[in-house]
Design a protein around this ligand. Structure first.
Ligand SMILES: *Cc1c(COP(=O)(O)O)cnc(C)c1O
Length: 367
């Protein structure tokens, strides 16, 4: 809190509100954290995705593969470039896209694949990266829920042609407002993104606009706040992992409830703590009655959203559709106590026991 106040005061005194040293400093710190040569601050996570795709030259006539179960922004970013979305179904256990599910979504028009490290779990970016290279496709990682997660020991965001982050306040690394970043090893892509985000300005003449760009900037005050908060990211992620371990202990072996496990290869950062239950609405209601807030990420898979009706072919993606009716996000934040987690689990197990006895639902076939 003190550190944030000091950072803001310095920012106000400096008079630098757009660009400047705070943005450069955070970009350097974030590139280092992600193990990539470049980080480009942008206005939000959706812009990070759109600008990465545009920087890669994706647009009208192209198709981009997107997981069916992600926040809708992943798909909307594709639509903004003029490209079409083809959704990929997900693995029934990890709820992440796999090489097989991505392969099914490929057509001769596919130019890129977006992998989403959903809920803070890293997807298999080694295998999917190999697949993308084989087919001459770009790989873009949506890391908006996975700041600090690793796959095979390497930070997410460093595997694809571009890694896209959101710093929306509730993310693992959140600003005090909107913010986003693209990380990449590709210098030409980094320059292209900077140019699009700065009104398409020529690098040599400020008054010459060489592409039809736009304005997408990370505010200097947000960059200053992010530098302060970045110092705490690994501690906060460890606290999330410890809370997950408590959930795991309390729920292991229980009937009628399945915890999203850490996939082999992923060191997950538990942006969300997701379980699957039958008769979710009743479980939610019982938790709510006990004063426990839950939510659902996301109740409607992207391919069934009205906004997709003219931007993607109708698709049937059974794993994502079944999962959407069963997933429930339990309380998860850095610093949640063991006692709080145990109370959530007690109420959850009671609710599930009552409900499964009554309706006899089961979770077989999905996990
Ligand atoms: C939050 C989020 C985004 C969008 O980020 P904004 O900063 O809100 O634009 C994109 N993809 C995923 C998976 C997200 O969780």
């Amino acid at each position: 809190m003190r550190d944030l106040e000091r950072a803001f005061a310095e920012q106000i005194t400096s008079g630098e509100f757009i660009g400047g040293s705070s943005v450069r400093r955070f970009e350097e710190q974030w590139a280092l954290a992600c193990g990539t040569p470049h980080a480009i601050g942008v206005a939000n996570g959706t812009d990070a995705l759109e600008l990465a795709l545009r920087g890669l030259g994706i647009g009208l006539g192209d198709e981009v593969v997107v997981p069916a179960n992600t926040f809708i922004a992943t798909a909307h970013a594709v639509i903004s470039t003029g490209a079409r979305v083809v959704f990929a179904d997900v693995d029934p256990v990890t709820l992440l896209v796999t090489p097989a599910s991505v392969t099914e979504a490929l057509t001769p028009r596919t130019r890129a694949v977006i992998v989403v490290h959903l809920f803070g779990h890293a997807a298999d970016v080694d295998e999917i990266g190999r697949l993308a290279r084989q087919h001459g496709l770009f790989l873009v990682e949506d890391c908006a829920q996975a700041h600090g997660a690793t796959w095979a020991g390497r930070p997410v965001g460093s595997f694809g042609d571009a890694g896209c982050f959101s710093f929306y306040p509730s993310k693992n690394l959140g600003a005090l407002g909107d913010g986003g970043a693209v990380v990449t090893a590709d210098s030409a892509l980094a320059s292209a993104i900077r140019q699009i985000a700065d009104h398409g300005r020529s690098t040599t003449d400020r008054n010459s606009h060489v592409v039809a760009g736009r304005n997408s900037r990370l505010d200097a005050t947000q960059a200053a706040a992010l530098s302060v908060k970045l110092g705490h990211l690994s501690t906060w992620n460890e606290q999330r992992r410890a809370a997950h371990a408590t959930y795991q202990r309390s729920l292991s072996g229980a009937d009628g409830v399945r915890l999203q496990q850490e996939p082999a290869g992923s060191r997950s950062v538990y942006h969300l703590e997701v379980v699957r239950v039958v008769d979710r609405e009743r479980v939610e209601a019982r938790l709510r009655a006990a004063g426990i807030a839950t939510s659902v990420h996301y109740p409607v898979p992207c391919h069934l959203q009205p906004s997709m009706s003219c931007a993607a072919e109708p698709q049937s993606l059974p794993v994502a559709e079944v999962a959407a009716s069963q997933i429930l996000s339990l309380p998860m934040f850095p610093g949640i106590s063991d006692a709080q987690v145990e109370r959530v689990c007690d109420v959850l197990l009671d609710s599930v026991a009552v409900i499964t006895t009554r309706v006899g639902g089961d979770l077989t076939g999905v996990s």
